[in-house]
Every structure is written in C-alpha cells, then in structure tokens.
Design a protein around this ligand. Structure first.
Ligand SMILES: *Cc1c(COP(=O)(O)O)cnc(C)c1O
Length: 361
C-alpha cells in the first residue's frame, strides 16, 4: 500500500486505514454481486441490509434506547441549525442556546431566523477559554429545548459533563466528539453529528431523536427537513447518501472490532494526555483553555512567536504530519486527534514538536 501520512485535519478528517481498504476491496464488486454499493438501488434488499446494519451497529455502540430514532440525513451539521428550530420550536415559542464558540454562534444565528432565541450562557466572558458553569446559566423554564455544542472544534473547548435541563429537551451538536467515549443517550432529546469528523464522509449527518419529539414540525417546514417524514421513511424519503451511509457503517464495524466506545475513550485519553502533557511541560508551546474544559479531539496550540508558524508547518509537512495549521479565526496550530488518528500519530507529532523546540527554543 502507498504511504499514509499522519492526518490531523479537523474535518473532513482521517478515516481508519482498514475502512478505506475494505471500501477499496469492495468498490467494483460488493460481496460478489458484481456491482458497487454506489450503483445499487437504495430500495434493493442488499442496500437496505447495509443501511440497517449500519444503524444497528451505531445503536449497539452507543446503547441507543429503542424509543429513539436514528436518521441518516444530508446537508451536514449546518443544515441541522435550521432543521432543529423548524421541527422543535413552535411559532411564538422560545429556545435556549449556550454559546461556547464559533459553532454555537452559527447555530444561534440560524435559529434566530425562526423564533425567539435566548442565549442563556456564554463563554464570551472568558474569551472562549472556559465553559460557564451551569449554576451561572439563566435558563428559561418553558423553553422548547436547550441547545449546546459538546465540543467546539475550532476553539478546542469540550464539555466533560451533560447539562441538567429537567423537562426541557436537551439538543446537542456532537459533530466532533460523538463516539469518542461512552454516552448516556437517554439524557438527550436530540443528538446530531456531521459525519466527517468521527463517522465517515462529509455531507452525511446522523440524527438521534427521541420519538416523542417527532411530529412537531411547523406547517411550512420543507418535507425534506421534517424529522417525522424522515423517520417514517427510514431516512429514504428521497435517495439517501448511499455510499456515505455505507462507509459510516464500515466505520461503526471497525469501532466495534476495536472494542467500542469504551476502548476509544481509553485510547483518546492516552492521546490527549500525551499531547497536553507535552505542551504544558514545554514552556515553548501553549494551550490557553481551562484544563477541565480542554477538548480531547481538537488541540489548539501556539508557538511563542508567530514567525515560527511557517517553518513549523513546513517541517511538519516534510515529516508527513499534515493539516496542523489552526483555524484562521484562532491562528496558531491545531491538532485534531479523532478516533481514526492513533497514538502513533500523536507520538510522531510530539517527537517533532520536541525536535523543533530544541532547534528554535
Ligand atoms: C464541523 C462542524 C459543524 C459543521 O459541519 P458541516 O457538516 O460542515 O455542516 C458543525 N458543528 C460542529 C461542532 C462541527 O465540528
């Protein structure tokens, strides 16, 4: 096989080698049927079996209770920013949102197009370096739902706790940390995740929704954005993103083979401990996020002088350590270390960081 680099891209992100090899092996001739998954009818028995197995494997991995629907939709996580209010925010109602960074802000801006949005807590006061404690949130008792982003992919801030909202349904953007560790799905009304970080190819979005939240869509909600219609049609009201769904299924199978989300948690903990431990000990690199709120998946870090960024990135590229440039709004570096990025990649990164620090520090 050709050489595979260590890919630290925030998204679309690295996929497991084993998944890509399997997709390659099956590309022209899926399981002896003489055609590619891309060329199958989504209504065929073969494809329906692929789709159902993917759903079942995801249900197994996250122990999703039976009164939740799992939807495989299109338009990425960003489509959900509108789809959520269209389905869950009644005319004249209001919804609570928590602002912890750029993705939260985008969801807030979009929801404002559909109704009253209360920003009940914001990390702005800390310059987006810490998640506001729940005691400080000013939640609305009769909110239609409360929305937050469990992991801010750009800022590198992650909740290590689940908000308590009583009877108010909890809605979470889990695009960049779903499947990275075990999760109590029953705490949520709706979980959504764009696929290209921890699930599969971009464009696909997975929605896990409690059944009692279906059937509340506004009358003008487009058919394609109505959760109930999607659920009633097994996410096949129209032609779904068949190949992306299949690939997500291969990732779920791979996750099960690895020991599931408990094994992922152990691996991801070792990866982030190594990287943050090195950064904190170096005196050369820095990560400014409050320690309990540091993301396990996206690790932004800075060098002591911006002029070192370009040589750092060039040296990284030369060693096959790709996509370490931070988001343009944050600057510096960012290493995204999702499930498919192994401890070996983080070890290679830390070795290079030490080498660079020795040369330039
Ligand atoms: C990547 C990302 C999104 C946007 O996903 P798209 O599929 O590009 O719409 C939204 N929220 C979070 C937390 C993300 O990481």
């Amino acid at each position: 096989m050709s050489k595979r680099a260590h890919n630290f891209c925030a998204g679309p992100a690295a996929l497991p080698d084993a998944v890509l090899q399997r997709a390659q092996a099956e590309l022209l001739d899926w399981q002896g049927k003489g055609l590619s998954v891309m060329e199958m009818s989504h209504r065929s028995d073969d494809y329906v079996a692929i789709a159902e197995k993917a759903e079942q494997d995801l249900r197994d991995l996250l122990a999703i209770p039976s009164h939740y629907k799992v939807l495989f939709l299109q338009g990425g996580a960003s489509q959900q920013f509108a789809e959520i209010p269209l389905n869950l925010l009644p005319e004249g109602g209001s919804a609570d949102y928590v602002d912890t960074g750029i993705w939260s802000k985008k969801s807030i801006e979009e929801a404002r197009r559909y109704g009253d949005v209360q920003v009940v807590a914001s990390a702005k006061d800390s310059d987006y370096l810490a998640i506001p404690a729940q005691q400080e949130w000013r939640t609305t008792r009769d909110a239609a739902y409360l929305h937050y982003a469990s992991n801010e992919t750009i800022g590198g801030l992650q909740f290590d706790w689940i908000p308590q909202t009583g009877d108010v349904p909890l809605v979470v953007d889990m695009s960049s940390d779903i499947l990275s560790r075990p999760l109590d799905v029953s705490r949520f009304g709706l979980i959504y995740a764009g696929a290209q970080k921890n699930i599969g190819p971009s464009g696909l979005v997975v929605v896990i929704v409690r059944e009692d939240l279906l059937g509340r869509a506004r009358s003008h909600c487009p058919t394609m954005l109505n959760y109930k219609i999607a659920a009633d049609n097994g996410s096949m009201y129209n032609t779904p993103a068949t190949f992306s769904w299949y690939l997500a299924g291969l990732v779920f199978e791979w996750l099960k083979e690895q020991g599931g989300v408990a094994a992922m948690e152990r691996r991801n903990r070792a990866k982030k401990d190594l990287l943050y431990g090195y950064i904190d000990g170096s005196g050369f690199y820095a990560n400014p996020i409050a320690v309990p709120d540091r993301s396990w998946m996206n690790v932004p870090f800075r060098l002591p002088d911006k002029r070192l960024d370009t040589p750092f990135l060039a040296g990284a590229d030369a060693r096959g350590l790709l996509n370490l440039k931070g988001h343009r709004s944050v600057g510096g570096m960012r290493a995204s270390i999702y499930n498919a990025t192994g401890l070996d990649a983080v070890e290679a990164l830390v070795a290079y960081m030490a080498e660079f620090e020795k040369e330039r520090g």
